[in-house]
Design a protein around this ligand. Structure first.
Ligand SMILES: NC(=O)c1ccc[n+]([C@@H]2O[C@H](COP(=O)([O-])OP(=O)(O)OC[C@H]3O[C@@H](n4cnc5c(N)ncnc54)[C@H](OP(=O)(O)O)[C@@H]3O)[C@@H](O)[C@H]2O)c1
Length: 236
């Protein structure tokens, strides 16, 4: 269908100058790579993580503001948002890897921690975003592709993976015009890199490039973006 003549033009801001990017879980891996790329594109950076030494080192590298706390301590999270001196533009949540275990070893306490870290944290942050993220800004969640395929030991992971996609879609309506998107990163799996359609495994730098793209592409919201080198196409 052709776009109507009065559709607003799709903007694609290439430059993050004058914008602030907050990364919750930004002291290593995908969070740190995203912060590096956003900094290189001109953004001011705020990083949080639990380990104070690691987040200090990352902050020093990027000239970023830092805070060290457990983001699943929701009282502490609220105080952090309350104390932010100015609105932010974009926010990425990373955090711990997914919890999975076969039934015989399944630990409900660890599973509840995982729900806190992956689902409740996203909802809590979205609640703070309304007053702290500028209207043209973005919330970005990071999930995985593990658990999409039926396998032994991933029943819980599968539920959380599916739920985060649903949370993303529904929050995109609830916090609009702030945009909300989910990056579903491929897991290492058993598939050699060369047998993936893209011929490679996607690492933190590739995921960071997608994250920054989603911050600057103003027409994208409520969507889940697979980044897995095509792993899901050949693993079934
Ligand atoms: N790497 C991949 O290719 C890949 C693939 C698929 C999915 N993922 C998903 O992407 C996410 C991040 O992966 P990654 O490789 O970037 O991991 P990572 O290198 O371990 O980084 C995780 C970051 O989150 C922080 N963090 C963890 N728990 C936290 C908490 N409760 N409160 C605040 N900060 C917390 C960590 O610092 P502290 O430990 O100091 O808090 C660190 O800065 C995970 O959910 C993972 O499942 C990654």
């Amino acid at each position: 269908m052709a776009a109507s003549s009065n559709s607003p033009p799709v903007q694609c801001r290439r430059d993050l100058s004058g914008q602030t990017v907050l990364v919750i879980g930004g002291s290593s891996g995908i969070g740190l790579e995203t912060a590096r790329l956003a900094r290189a594109r001109g953004a001011d950076i705020i990083l949080t993580a639990r380990n104070p030494d690691r987040v200090y080192r990352a902050g020093l590298e990027l000239g970023a503001s830092i805070a060290a706390f457990d983001a699943t301590d929701f009282g502490r999270l609220r105080r952090f948002f309350d104390a932010l001196p100015a609105p932010i533009d974009h926010l990425l949540i990373t955090g711990p890897g997914p919890y999975h275990a076969p039934l015989a070893e399944f630990d409900p306490v660890a599973a509840r921690r995982d729900v806190d870290a992956h689902l409740l944290l996203a909802l809590q942050v979205a609640g703070h975003a309304a007053s702290k993220v500028r209207p043209a800004g973005t919330l970005l969640f990071l999930g995985g592709a593990c658990g999409r395929r039926a396998a032994v030991g991933v029943a819980f992971t599968a539920a959380v993976t599916a739920a985060l996609s649903a949370v993303t879609r529904d929050l995109a309506l609830e916090v609009a015009p702030i945009r909300v998107n989910l990056i579903a990163a491929g897991c290492a799996g058993t598939l050699p890199a060369g047998t993936r359609p893209a011929g490679r495994v996607v690492g933190p730098a590739g995921i960071a490039a997608l994250a920054v793209h989603l911050m600057t592409s103003t027409a994208v919201t409520g969507a889940t973006f697979d980044i897995d080198g095509g792993q899901r196409l050949v693993e079934g």
